[in-house]
Design a binder for this molecule. Structure first.
Ligand code: NDP
Ligand code: HSE
Length: 391
């Protein structure tokens, strides 16, 4: 069977490596997989595939018009890739993708299109890297309502936070390490700004609630302006800092956010380096936990391979997500927050429970408020952290 790959960067080369190195073992299990061609953007870039006769092309039509029935998308483009996936599905080709930007932005359209065209749409690799989380949640949703999900969903941010905390490393140094390890996006703004985790919690939450959630409705705050003094403050109180993405459905409303969080010695606080962690609550069980590599070349390629084999052996789950539920999004759960700022605006002043001034910075603990209230006093210069509260 022939497949095509779109993209030959960190993850794309990982997929080719596994297919090449595991050829015999795959063959033994009746998976005779051949890469028909690979779409790339820059034809002049030097490539070193393990299989020396791989065909590279920058002409998408060659993929669209090829005989392959399954295409792996590991590109880093959003709109162009979305448009191409639409054409591929309409042409009857199954899609396996790691591209969470596309999956999150066009989740409803792509699921509907997959159904209309009777093709598989597989995106296990788009959330939490190597950890199988999408498929268990999909299966669960056939017979069990789930009402809450929490996660560390960005490997780059977790790498930065845990290295700064444990080794006292500088932000710039550890971001560079995360880039060298292949965890970070080409432009790491989405990683450290919380947008990558926002896309992933959107996908997971939409799946478990079968409801569309607009990316813009998700409160998103990243770690890009964290300072050593924030770790010092957290340590003094016995806390670790992790970027937590979470959602809960209660009384017909969804609370959903991505925010740095002070945590004491729990499942998430004990998550280090590029590891991701997910906890989901459902009606037949209290909760279960997933933990494992959340990013990386072979780690992500591993999830792609599982999707590919499920499709090729016709074991993949047909898309069922139809967003038939509709819920309002709000952030009204009470918690205390840590705020670091060099100037206390009048709104913030009203919320202070404790304040300490160190050099230029005010380190503030608020009284119990909710995110919707905090949003009204937030300015660009503040760094905010939720204190355990709703986790
Ligand atoms: P890279 O930047 O390393 O590679 C991207 C590849 O896509 C390159 O080969 C690039 O071509 C190609 N490409 C980008 N845009 C186009 C386009 N419009 N047409 C054709 N080819 C294109 O990214 P990664 O491999 O790290 O990530 C790939 C995807 O997987 C992304 O969507 C990412 O978010 C997702 N992902 C990544 C993970 C990771 O750990 N790295 C984990 C989970 C998901 P060229 O080589 O010519 O520049
Ligand atoms: N840039 C992403 C991360 C890759 O750091 O988690 C995995 O989706």
């Amino acid at each position: 069977m022939k497949i095509a790959i779109m993209g030959f960067g960190t993850v794309g080369t990982g997929v080719e490596e596994i297919l090449y190195k595991k050829k015999e073992s795959l063959l033994k299990n009746c998976f005779d997989i051949e890469i028909d061609r690979v779409l790339i953007r820059d034809k002049d870039k030097k490539r070193s595939p393990l299989k020396s006769d791989i065909v590279f092309t920058d002409d998408f039509d060659e993929i669209l018009n090829s005989q392959v029935d399954t295409v792996i998308d590991v590109t880093s483009s959003l709109e162009e890739t979305y448009e191409r996936i639409v054409l591929l599905m309409k042409a009857g080709k199954n899609i396996v993708t790691a591209n969470k930007a596309v999956v999150s932005k066009y989740f409803e359209e792509l699921n509907a299109l997959a159904r209309e065209n009777k093709v598989y749409f597989s995106y296990e690799a788009s959330v939490a890297g190597a950890i199988p989380v999408i498929h268990p949640i999909m299966e669960e949703s056939f017979f069990s309502d789930m009402n809450k999900i929490h996660g560390i969903l960005n490997g780059t941010s977790n790498y930065i936070l845990s290295k700064m905390e444990v080794e006292g490393s500088s932000y710039a140094d550890v971001l560079k390490e995360a880039q060298d390890l292949g965890y970070a996006e080409a432009d790491p703004t989405a990683d450290v700004g919380g947008f990558d985790a926002m896309r992933k919690i959107r996908i997971l939450s939409s799946l478990i609630y079968n409801a569309k959630i607009d990316e813009g409705d998700i409160f998103t705050f990243g770690i890009s302006n964290i300072k050593k003094s924030d770790f010092d403050y957290a340590k003094e109180l016995g806390y670790s800092i992790r970027l937590i993405a979470k959602s809960v459905l209660s009384q017909g409303k969804i609370n959903i956010s991505v925010i740095p969080t002070f945590l004491k010695d729990n499942f998430f606080a004990k998550t280090f380096d590029g590891t991701n962690a997910v906890k989901v609550w459902g009606e037949n069980f209290s909760c279960y936990e997933f933990k494992g590599p959340g990013a990386g070349r072979l780690e992500t390629a591993d999830a792609i391979m599982r999707d590919l084999l499920r499709i090729l052996s016709r074991r993949e789950i047909n898309t069922f997500y139809d967003a038939s539920n509709s819920y309002e999004v709000e952030n009204n759960l009470k918690s205390k927050f840590y705020v670091r700022t060099s100037k206390v605006n009048p709104g913030l002043k009203e919320l202070i429970e404790e304040e300490r001034v160190l050099g230029q910075d005010h380190h503030i603990i608020t009284r119990e408020i909710n995110l919707d209230e905090l949003k009204t006093v937030l300015d660009d210069e503040m760094f905010i952290v939720e204190i355990e509260g709703t986790i």
